[in-house]
Ligand binder design. Structure first.
Ligand SMILES: N[C@@H](CCC(=O)N[C@@H](CS)C(=O)NCC(=O)O)C(=O)O
Length: 316
């Protein structure tokens, strides 16, 4: 039974993270983020950038228009996922890896994300715990009694969006059958999406994922009550850390998809922690302001599809 995302358990199924790999297809100067407004991992990295006070250039990859599968994006991130960070023409992938790089490179100068060796072990533990939650399944899978918000869609469609991706990738594999790089990347991606879809639609899966998430949140509540948070600090350290970046986006997502009543109580220590996380200026700028679905997703998607219909294929 799959209870965690492929990216945190099946490293053989996905390409390894890249760290500062030169790439001729990306801007050669400045700091750039390829991201999607509503994506959980993009939210985490945007908050990290804001927290560090970094000026960055936005390159939206519209997952809503399947732009992550375009050959031009695949040359940048062969996992066909967001986010991707580019600094002066060098590509870094994988959310945890991106945030570690940003903290190592810009943390000291900005006095952010600095932790003692003892704290670091705990921070990493809580980073991995958040990244191991199966948020994709909780977002798109059908959970009894929970109505998902627009644009996630309704429960009867459970697995539909993943099946659409499988069909699309099957078409791309055929289209690019003579290009070994593209074909191999699309085949790998299809296997990841198939595994994820299976984990959402197989009987008993979703309730097992909800139960596993509940257990993780009980651990979270325990850590909050017994750790630095109880003394006015944060989850795993006195100062705001990368563990808090991870959990802020996670709690915001679980609340947005209507799962809060199943997972933690209003007025509980998790609610107090969530309030403190959401109130941070970097969270408001990096997460909340990008969450306006109409302006940030629907309109750009319509514009993209119209251009495509008229024969323009806007590049990334
Ligand atoms: N944690 C991994 C996976 C990232 C991930 O799954 N990103 C999602 C958005 S939060 C995505 O791009 N999904 C599009 C798709 O898989 O088609 C990473 O950072 O590389």
């Amino acid at each position: 039974m799959r209870l965690k995302p492929v990216y945190s358990t099946d490293l053989n199924l996905v390409d390894a993270p890249l760290t500062e790999v030169p790439n001729q297809w990306v801007p050669q100067q400045g700091i750039h983020l390829y991201h999607f407004p509503l994506s959980l991992d993009s939210q985490k990295v945007r908050q990290g950038l804001e927290e560090l006070g970094i000026q960055w250039q936005s390159h939206p990859i519209l997952l809503s228009a399947h732009q992550q599968f375009s050959p031009s994006y695949l040359r940048v991130n062969s996992r066909c996922v967001v986010p991707t960070l580019v600094i002066d023409g060098k590509v870094t992938t994988d959310t945890i890896n991106i945030l570690d790089l940003l903290a190592a490179r810009f943390g000291a100068a900005n006095q952010r994300f600095e932790t003692s060796a003892v704290e670091r072990a705990l921070v990493n533990y809580w980073v991995d715990k958040a990244a191991g939650l199966f948020i994709e399944a909780l977002t798109y899978g059908h959970v009894e009694g929970v109505k998902k918000p627009f644009p996630i869609g309704n429960a009867s469609d459970s697995g539909r969006s993943h099946q659409d991706k499988v069909d699309l990738l099957t078409g791309l594999i055929e289209t690019y059958k003579n290009d070994p790089t593209l074909k191999a990347a699309y085949e790998k991606k299809r296997a990841v999406i198939e595994a994820t879809k299976e984990a959402m639609v197989a009987p008993g899966q979703m309730s097992a994922i909800v139960d596993a998430t509940k257990v993780e949140l009980e651990d979270l509540a325990h850590q909050l009550a017994s750790g630095q948070f109880a003394d006015g600090g944060w989850l795993a350290s006195d100062a705001f850390s990368l563990a808090d970046v991870q959990w802020g986006a996670v709690l915001y997502r679980l609340q947005w998809v209507g799962l809060q009543p199943l997972l933690w109580e209003k007025g509980s220590i998790i609610s107090a922690y969530a309030e403190k996380l959401f109130a941070k200026a970097s969270f408001q700028t990096g997460v909340v302001q990008w969450s306006r679905v109409g302006r940030k997703v629907v309109l750009p998607t319509i514009r993209y599809k119209l251009l495509e219909a008229f024969g323009f294929r806007p590049d990334i």
